[in-house]
Design a protein around this ligand. Structure first.
Ligand code: A1D88
Length: 257
């Protein structure tokens, strides 16, 4: 299974488990995670959610082969598994803890902005190389990163798309704390266990209140991003970027005006 899902002691753990492809996320993986999150909504036994990868890799983001195969022209965005996953994540009423070690690329970084507690190992590396792929920010990152980090820093990360480390992520407010990689999982599990022991109703209301002001703007940003992202995914710039990645060469964007 490319996603490992388990419920223990009140914690639903979702683990990326496709290390041979750097945990790149396929439509099937998004769907599995969406289903698990939606099931958790109606399951009072789940009192916290934990999202983890492997010590050496969180996720390489969306599977680029999937991007090439599944042009977005085929159907509405709302029917796509990635959309269902991100809506389930951002709309979850349960507290969500993410533990990031290694690379968190593209949606691997975007998804963190929809979690509540985000812990990074000292080997974590974040990047949103949407522009490098001929794409644009997705699932609210154009708004959320600007709010979290301020415009100039967000512009640097979203326009240049260069990777940055755990310490910088902490300084900019993207993560809650940095811990040594060997201690990350136990630490994150400990934090999730604390959430499980607290009154679920208080956690629920606190989360709702904290997210209330950003709910409508985030929905609007996601809708606007989707319009562009869908078109850009089938444009020649993105095709060139995907081909270049698999051919292990630099993309040639100068051929496009
Ligand atoms: C809506 C969502 C949007 C997004 O998420 S956009 C972001 C999409 N993701 C990317 O652009 C990241 C692409 N991957 C990378 O940049 C690198 O990988 C890493 C930095 C994550 C790791 O680099 P290294 O440790 O050198 O590993 P490796 O040799 O590049 O990858 C090992 C195998 O994994 C495959 N792979 C890696 N990432 C993806 C991916 N995103 N989609 C499909 N396959 C991927 C490779 O091709 C290769 O395979 P083989 O061993 O056969 O050469």
């Amino acid at each position: 299974m490319d996603i490992l899902s388990s419920i223990n002691d009140g914690i639903l753990t979702l683990e990326f488990n496709r290390p041979e492809r750097k945990n790149a996320i396929t439509a099937e993986m998004y769907q599995l995670m969406a289903d698990a999150l939606n099931d958790a909504e109606g399951n009072a036994d789940v009192r916290a959610i934990l999202i983890v990868g492997k010590p050496e890799i969180f996720t390489a983001g969306n599977d680029l082969e999937d991007f090439m195969k599944n042009a977005p022209s085929s159907g509405a965005i709302e029917d796509r598994a990635v959309y269902k996953y991100m809506m389930a994540l951002s709309g979850s009423t349960k507290p969500i803890v993410a533990a990031v070690s290694g690379n968190a690329v593209g949606i691997g970084t975007t998804l963190l902005m929809h979690c509540d507690l985000v812990y990074a190992a000292d080997n974590a590396k974040f990047s949103m190389p949407f522009v490098q792929l001929g794409l644009c920010p997705e699932f609210g990152s154009s708004l959320l990163l600007t709010q979290i980090a301020g415009y100039p820093r967000a512009a640097e990360k979203l326009m240049l798309g260069e990777a940055f480390g755990a310490q910088e992520a902490l300084e900019m407010g993207l993560v809650s704390k940095v811990v040594p990689v060997a201690e990350l999982l136990a630490f994150a599990e400990g934090q999730a266990t604390k959430l499980v022991a607290l009154p679920a109703s208080s956690i629920r209301v606190t989360k709702e209140l904290m997210k209330a002001a950003r709910k409508a703007p985030v929905s609007e940003a996601i809708a606007a991003e989707n319009i562009h992202f869908g078109k850009m995914l089938s444009a020649p710039e993105a095709r060139e970027a995907f081909m270049a990645f698999f051919q292990k060469r630099k993309p040639d964007f100068k051929q496009f005006s």
